[in-house]
Each structure stands twice: as structure tokens, then as C-alpha cells.
Ligand binder design. Structure first.
Ligand code: UDP
Length: 525
């Protein structure tokens, strides 16, 4: 690259909510954009930044990626390192807003005024920090959003927020929900925060707040791909939905959809809890920027595998341990970065794994606080693991993307966070779905019933009290041996191929990323 190209590199600021499931997809997008020649600054809060730097030395310096580059810069959320308020989302979300607004404003101003730095041409943020779009708008900078859950889940929240479908109510807890392009969802298959009995009010608020700002961004990118969620993409990218006033719930047709602009009219559904007063009849409004699938971001090859953002050090021994096992023989277990189980639930899971009689690798995240409920696994189980090291390995954090891509892995016992879901699909690994809350329950439904790659061990955290080692054993057997397992494996391999095709040069997501980069360039002029 000559010096004039170097100078003309556009600078994109990417702002992440400080959680592993948020950072991973945004960083994958950052690497992808850098590989296309953009200069990226990636930011999140300093306390998580410290964890990232401790676990991934490569992120302390600017890294060249393709013809672009990537650097990290963190901002303080204003609290002491061990402040327990961070574990209360209702407190954390507004706290990040006040410190984050100041940081971004200062960052933009400094980069605009200092000739030795590149001015910010575009800002991209992910979930839970929708105010970033406002800061961008105040400074006249175009902004885009990365939605980090499935398009199906986007559609459910969208319908809820804009009061376009009926959901379970305090009077009818068990109502099912019908949304165009999706299978009917039972009360325990909608994202659990929308259920009237959900205790997670601040989580619901944080999620729904995002929908207030989606029309101000110029694009909503999604870590999904056309082949996986074709119907949902077709419907949401047509900018949901037109003229549904007198249409019975769940029965409007494609011809009702219009591009770019929505004629949203109040949904007349007597049983709907939230159908009142959403819009005045025939009022026209644009409710979201265009939705564009750019995933699975994990599959884009950016030539720089070393840049990772694990909050805990990933145990490399996992891969050598997997090397010592035959193809499709190991069960990988992980419940992501947030979920924690009680000692009773852990014991059922642990002994169920032993009873299944297959080798397993369990990623068992360290507790966030000393009060976190999982203090440990049963002694008897740990003794067994120590004794049979060849057959069982427990680590604090695994390089999950590499683990799932390893040929020895036969099955993934997962909590069904969207990243884990997408990673298993794009690695061709069938799952035992073990969802707890939020979008996990919807992802589990899709994994089992729509994508055909797994079985559900539980449907939601309501079922946890009945979790039994017998069920754990049965589900693992079902996914790893027999005719049904073969069918799931075939489906999983089909999704892996589709994911590879989507990100290959000229594939659906690759074209979308290219078009997005062109859009950033044209908006910067
Ligand atoms: N992950 C990992 N190592 C582990 C467990 C999880 O690298 O031992 C990663 C996983 O690959 C995924 C992310 O952490 O990218 C978790 O995101 P997900 O959406 O699945 O769940 P969340 O943690 O947000 O509940």
C-alpha cells in the first residue's frame, strides 16, 4: 500500500457492550472490515478491556489485517475494578451510557482536530448501547448496528416492541405467538424476557430500547446468513409489515409487504396484551434501517487468527487433547459466558455425562463473583475425571471456535447463545440444547425443529428443577448414535457447507460485506 492509500484509509469506531457474547461477533466484524482496507478502533469498558488484555497479548498493539488495521482503546465505566454493581444490568446499562457518551464524544473531537489522526467516518455498535447511534448522529457521523442474535429473534422482539403480534399475557401465560415467516412459538419458545412472568425486567428494557434507534442507523447488520434464515430475512428486510389492520394474526401475505417504508396500523387483536395504541391507524413510519445478514462472521478468513478477545485465557491443551481422540467421538460441553447452574443441576449434568460413557471436554467458566451459585462440581465426579484424564477434560475456558471445528467433536451440549448456535451450525456439529433464558430458548427450538441438528434436554430454565442425569445420558446417546443421530449429522454438515458458501468470495454474506464497505466509503465522501 502506498502512502496516499495509507492516508486515505477510512476510520471506523466500533463500540461493544462489555460481554463475551457481544464482543466476539463485533470483533469478528471488525477483523472482516479491516481485511477490506478499513482502519478500526475497537472499544469497550476498561474493566473488561483489562481481562481481554490479560488473556490475549496480541490486542495491546495495533495489528495490520489485510490492507487495514485494528487497535483497541478502552474507557472507564467510572466504577472501581471489583464494583458488584456491574452484575446488575439495570445499573450497568445507564452507567456505561454516561461514561461512554463522554468517551466517544472526546474520541470523535480529538480525531477530527488532530491532523496526525484519522477522523471517524463511521460508528458501529452492538446490543444494549443504542445511545451510540445518538452520539454519532449528534456529530453527523453515519452509524450502523450489529444485531448479535438471530433474525428470527429480531423479528419476535420487533413484533413485540411495535405491538404487531399477540404474546402471552398475565391472564393467559400459555398463549402461543404467531409471527410471519416463523413457526408458531409456544409460550416457552419466545425469548423468555418477553414472558409476563419474567423477573428480568432490566434485560427486557435493555433489549427493547434498541428498537427505538434502529431507524437512525443507516444499516442493521446481522450475524446470520441468507441460506439459514431465508424466510425471516425476506420478511424483515422488506421492512415489516404493511397493512395488517384487519388481517387475522399471523396470516398476512408477501404482497402485503413493502420495501423501505412501513404502513403500520394498529393490530386489532382482542387477546393481545400490548396491542393498544401502538400506532394511529394509517400512520406511516419507517421503523428500522435495512437489515443485512453478514454472517457467520466466525467463518470469514481474515488471515489473523491471533487476534482474539477471550475474557479468560483459552486453554490450548484442549486441541492437543482432542487430537488424541478418533473422529466424531467427543462431547463438548459449554454454557457460555453468563449462565451459571446450581450445585444440584451441575451434579445431574456431571453424572449424566459419565453415564453416557463418551469422552467429554467441559468448559467450566470461572465464577464472576464469590457469590455466584456454582461453587464447584461434585467431589466424586472430579475424582473420576482426575483418574480418567484420557477420557475427560475440564478447562476454565476453551478456544470454542477451534474446538467445534475439530474433527474429534461429535456433539455440543450448549446453552444455545446465538454465538454458540451459529458456531456449532457452521462447524457441522449436532447439539444437545440446554437453554436457560432470553433468546436461548428460541435458538433451541430452531436447532431442534427447524435446522434439524439436535434435541432439547430442557425447553427453558423452568425445566431445570426436573433435570435428571438419565435425561442427560439419553439426549447425548440420541445425538451421537443411531439413525436419528445420522440424520442430524447430515443436516449439520449441510449447514456447515452453506455457511462456508455464504462467506466465500461472491457468497451471499461476502457480497453484503463488500456492499457495506462501499456504503461506508460513499457516505464518508
Ligand atoms: N466461548 C469460548 N470459550 C468457552 C465458552 C464460550 O470461546 O469456553 C465463546 C463462544 O465461542 C461464543 C461466546 O463465548 O462466541 C459465548 O457467546 P454466546 O452467544 O454463545 O453465549 P453468551 O455467553 O452470550 O451467553
Amino acid at each position: 500500500m502506498d502512502s496516499s492509500q495509507e492516508e486515505s484509509k477510512l476510520h471506523v469506531l466500533m463500540v461493544s457492550f462489555p460481554g463475551q457474547g457481544h464482543i466476539n461477533p463485533l470483533l469478528r466484524l471488525a477483523k472482516c472490515l479491516a481485511s477490506k482496507g478499513l482502519s478500526i478502533t475497537f472499544t469497550t469498558t476498561a474493566n473488561v478491556g483489562k481481562m481481554l488484555e490479560n488473556s490475549n497479548k496480541s490486542i495491546t498493539e495495533t495489528t495490520a489485517i489485510g490492507s487495514g488495521d485494528l487497535r483497541f482503546e478502552f474507557f472507564s465505566d467510572g466504577w472501581e475494578d471489583d464494583d458488584p454493581r456491574r452484575h446488575d444490568l439495570g445499573l450497568l446499562v445507564p452507567q456505561i451510557e454516561s461514561s461512554g457518551r463522554d468517551f466517544i464524544t472526546r474520541f470523535i473531537t480529538q480525531h477530527a482536530q488532530d491532523h496526525n489522526r484519522r477522523p471517524v467516518s463511521c460508528i458501529i455498535n452492538n446490543a444494549f448501547i443504542p445511545w451510540v447511534v445518538d452520539v454519532a448522529t449528534e456529530h453527523g457521523i453515519p452509524s450502523a448496528v450489529l444485531w448479535v442474535q438471530s433474525i428470527a429473534v429480531y423479528s419476535v422482539y420487533y413484533h413485540y416492541f411495535h405491538k404487531l403480534a399477540s404474546f402471552p399475557t398475565p391472564e393467559d401465560h400459555h398463549a402461543s405467538t404467531k409471527i410471519p415467516g416463523l413457526p408458531p412459538l409456544d409460550f416457552d419458545e419466545i425469548p423468555s424476557f418477553l414472558h409476563p412472568s419474567s423477573p428480568y425486567v432490566s434485560l427486557q428494557n435493555a433489549i427493547l430500547e434498541q428498537f427505538k434507534n434502529l431507524s437512525k442507523a443507516f444499516r442493521v447488520l446481522v450475524d446470520s446468513f441468507d441460506e439459514l434464515e431465508h424466510e425471516q430475512i425476506k420478511i424483515v428486510s422488506s421492512n415489516l409489515p404493511a397493512s395488517i389492520t384487519t388481517t387475522p394474526l399471523g396470516q398476512f401475505h408477501e404482497q402485503d409487504l413493502e420495501r423501505s417504508e412501513i404502513k403500520c396500523t394498529r393490530l386489532l387483536a382482542p387477546s393481545s396484551s400490548n396491542a393498544e395504541g401502538a400506532f394511529e391507524d394509517n400512520k406511516t413510519s419507517t421503523l428500522s434501517a435495512p437489515i443485512t445478514p453478514v454472517g457467520p462472521l466466525i467463518k470469514f478468513s481474515t488471515g489473523n487468527e491471533a487476534v482474539r478477545a477471550d475474557m479468560w485465557s483459552a486453554a490450548d491443551e484442549c486441541l492437543t487433547w482432542l487430537d488424541s481422540h478418533p473422529p466424531s467421538s467427543v462431547v463438548y460441553v459449554s454454557f457460555g459466558s453468563v449462565v451459571s447452574l446450581s450445585e444440584e443441576q451441575l451434579a445431574e449434568m456431571a453424572f449424566g455425562l459419565l453415564d453416557a460413557g463418551v469422552p467429554f471436554l467441559w468448559s467450566f467458566r470461572p465464577p464472576f463473583t464469590k457469590h455466584e451459585s456454582h461453587s464447584g462440581l461434585p467431589e466424586e465426579f472430579l475424582e473420576h475425571v482426575n483418574h480418567y484424564k484420557k477420557k475427560c477434560l475440564i478447562v476454565k475456558w476453551a478456544p470454542q471456535d477451534h474446538v467445534l471445528a475439530h474433527p474429534s467433536v461429535a456433539c455440543f451440549v450448549t446453552h444455545c447463545g446465538w454465538n454458540s448456535t451459529l458456531e456449532s451450525l457452521s462447524s457441522g456439529v449436532p447439539v444437545v440444547a440446554f437453554p436457560q433464558w432470553g433468546d436461548q430458548v428460541t435458538d433451541a427450538k430452531f436447532l431442534a425443529d427447524v435446522f434439524g441438528v439436535g434435541v432439547r434436554l430442557v425447553r427453558s430454565c423452568e425445566d431445570l428443577k426436573n433435570l435428571s442425569r438419565g435425561d442427560v445420558e439419553r439426549c447425548i446417546r440420541e445425538v451421537t448414535s443411531g439413525e436419528k443421530a445420522e440424520e442430524m449429522r447430515k443436516n449439520a454438515l449441510k449447514w456447515r457447507k452453506a455457511a462456508e458458501d455464504a462467506v466465500a468470495p461472491g457468497g451471499s454474506s461476502d457480497r453484503n460485506v463488500e456492499a457495506f464497505v462501499d456504503e461506508i466509503k460513499s457516505l464518508a465522501r
